[in-house]
Design a protein around this ligand. Structure first.
Ligand code: ADP
Length: 264
């Protein structure tokens, strides 16, 4: 379990995250939603130990995150960062297998074991990339590349998944398919996930908890039904939204009401 307690993160004098509390608990998927510049990516970087805190603390399985060696963190936490550039001429299989590196007992070339290869193959299968295994990552479409990055994270078999906009470039079917995979990791394989998304309806459909952040601060946190309300969303995004119930799932359904659509 990963717990962030009242964490504050700065870039020089600028406070990007201010007193945010969040925990990634077994089986739970938490969605983070907020406008551009709200501090979401910074929060994700702090959760993985990649950005130093200037206040608060982060505990991994009850112990301060900063006391863990990088590789020990890598075995427990898998990250999908925003806009990973994959310019290196490596194949999809090599790249996904790279996610297993934190498990390697030696730093030498050819470190991977049967188990590593199995985990990589499985992740490729789950992300519908089996046929892409021999392709170069530098020659894929944006959406394919995004699935490759998710496959690498899944191949780690880490129990905590930190995903920064993992569905931003995906088509409608793949958005749902990829979040279903993450949901399944949480439900059946003892994982927990924190997912940054701009898609409030995907969050409503897949998340157990939603954290709304604005200006680095928590605006609201709780179950989608408690948090995704018109007043709160208006405060968050400064737009009017309609919230009703999804006719099939009963989850909150959010529809923006655009200025030109408002009734006079
Ligand atoms: P989000 O992911 O919600 O769009 P970010 O975490 O990227 O927001 O950014 C939060 C704030 O921190 C913004 O004001 C942004 O301009 C600032 N920021 C982000 N990265 C840096 C950086 N490397 N140096 C200085 N300021 C940064």
């Amino acid at each position: 379990m990963l717990e962030a307690k009242a964490i504050t993160v700065r870039y020089g004098a600028r406070e990007a995250v201010a007193g945010v509390t969040l925990s990634a608990e077994l089986g739970l998927l938490t969605a983070i939603i907020g406008p551009n510049g709200a501090g979401k990516s910074t929060l994700m970087r702090a959760l993985n130990g990649a950005k130093e805190l200037s206040g608060g603390e982060i505990l991994l399985d009850g112990k301060p995150l900063r006391e863990f060696a990088r590789r020990a963190v890598g075995r427990r936490i898998a990250v999908v960062a925003q806009e990973s550039e994959l310019r290196f001429p490596v194949t999809v299989m090599e790249f996904v297998l790279g996610g297993r590196y934190a498990w390697a007992s030696t730093g030498a070339w050819g470190w991977e074991t049967e188990r590593d290869i199995e985990a990589a193959k499985r992740a490729l299968f789950e992300t519908e990339l089996t046929d892409f295994a021999a392709r170069l990552v530098s020659e894929l479409s944006g959406g394919e590349r995004q699935r490759v990055v998710l496959a690498r994270a899944l191949a780690t078999e880490a129990s905590i998944l930190l995903l920064d906009e993992p569905t931003a470039n995906l088509d409608l079917a793949h958005q749902a398919a990829m979040l279903s995979l993450v949901r399944e990791r949480c439900d059946k394989r003892g994982a927990s996930a924190v997912v940054v998304t701009h898609d409030v309806n995907l969050a409503a459909a897949f998340a157990d908890r939603v954290l709304l952040i604005k200006g680095g601060r928590t605006l609201a946190a709780g179950a989608p039904r408690e948090v995704l309300k018109p007043d709160t969303l208006r405060e968050l995004f400064d737009i009017q939204v309609l919230v009703d119930e999804h006719p099939v799932t009963g989850a909150p359904r959010i529809t923006p009401v655009l200025k030109h659509q408002e009734r006079r």
